[in-house]
Write a protein of this length. Structure first.
Lengths: 195, 195
DNA sequence: TGATGATGTCAGTAAGTACTGACAGTCAGA
DNA sequence: TCTGACTGTCAGTACTTACTGACATCATCA
């Protein structure tokens, strides 16, 4: 990765995220991070003071939140199959942007207060939005009215599972691709939930 | 945990699995493992030689495989809803037994050849079995015949996601319990896949 | 030119940690 | 009672690693 156009802090942050997401916090040395950033270890400490603060800075800078609600409100067209596809496309998009942070949070040897909570904010938000959407669809007679939250949860879990499964560059099930999976899962849920 | 009835090796293995699954390989010292086992560090090295070999021994001893196929062949009754419930119950059972090993494998700082592969053997097996089951059900006219592998994959991913989500003692969605989730997911897939 | 700010080099400290050797204690079984 | 297997203690080695201080370099800009 050539980040020579970026400032030193940014290069260090990116290198830290890359390495830590692959090998874990304790599996990477400050020396390695600095070298990967094309800088000296001394510079790393001049910028961030400690290794822990480097990770905190990376965390503050590269997490994306709050965009979920907006994305949904603007895009839904109140057709179950269409909307489910939008939802899971958006979901995978956001999860992919946060991929490395989620990987770090999964490994999670570090004791960063609020680290896990913040990376897991998105799924929680999505569950709430999707549940409300299912309820509204039920009231419009476009969906069966049985167990909206659990159904939303099941839909989410299917895509969460697929995302986690794909974290290591999709090595588990190499013949299964994301796009057809999204389409089939939407078909299944649409058929099951349509009155 | 009181394992005073077990032999020294077993106590060390159990302590290692517990600690490493929580904090990662590099996050735990041999001293801590020995203390947690109620033994001295020296004894740990007398038994296993190196920290790495301790983990390998734990891995060899506490992974469960090969039982999936048997379990299924004996239990299926060729009714979609019943069988799906059996499948996902068995799945969660096996995943839970392997819980700590899967956690270690997720953190995965260690370079154990074949470690990930072996912990991920079960899902692969299950996908194959479930796909063949879907095909057979289709031939019997008890299921729609469209995309059996992807449908099996979607069902698996839903439960894989739910399992991973539950790994940290179910802290993410505390109000959602496993059993009702299993039932609802089975209902969804049964409704979607029945002709 | 000279000052400033960011960086590199290098030597070094302090702590942690995997791992060893020597020696002693305990306890079951012959 | 003797033996042998197992364990603990303790001191210590060798290596790694987060982090620091002193000093040099270099580009920019007034």
């Amino acid at each position: 990765m050539d980040n020579s156009n970026l400032g030193s802090s940014d290069r260090l942050l990116l290198a830290a995220i890359n390495l830590i997401s692959e090998r874990g916090y304790n599996g990477v040395t400050t020396q390695e991070i600095a070298t990967a950033a094309g800088l000296s270890e001394k510079t790393l400490f001049r910028h961030f003071g400690t290794k822990q603060k480097l990770l905190e800075a990376a965390f503050d800078r590269y997490h994306y939140a709050e965009e979920m609600k907006k994305l949904f409100k603007e895009k839904l067209v109140w057709d179950l199959e269409t909307d489910l596809l939008t939802v899971c496309r958006t979901y995978h998009e956001i999860m992919n942007r946060n991929r490395k942070m989620i990987q770090i949070s999964l490994k999670d040897e570090v004791q960063l207060p609020g680290f896990k909570e913040r990376t897991q904010q998105h799924p929680l938000q999505l569950l709430e939005i999707l549940t409300n959407y299912f309820i509204a669809m039920g009231e419009q007679g476009k969906m069966i009215r049985t167990n909206p939250e659990m159904q939303a949860f099941a839909f989410m879990m299917a895509h969460f599972g697929a995302f986690i499964n794909d974290l290591d560059a999709g090595k588990n099930y190499p013949h299964i691709k994301l796009e057809p999976f999204m389409q089939e899962s939407v078909r299944i849920f649409a058929r099951a939930l349509t009155p």
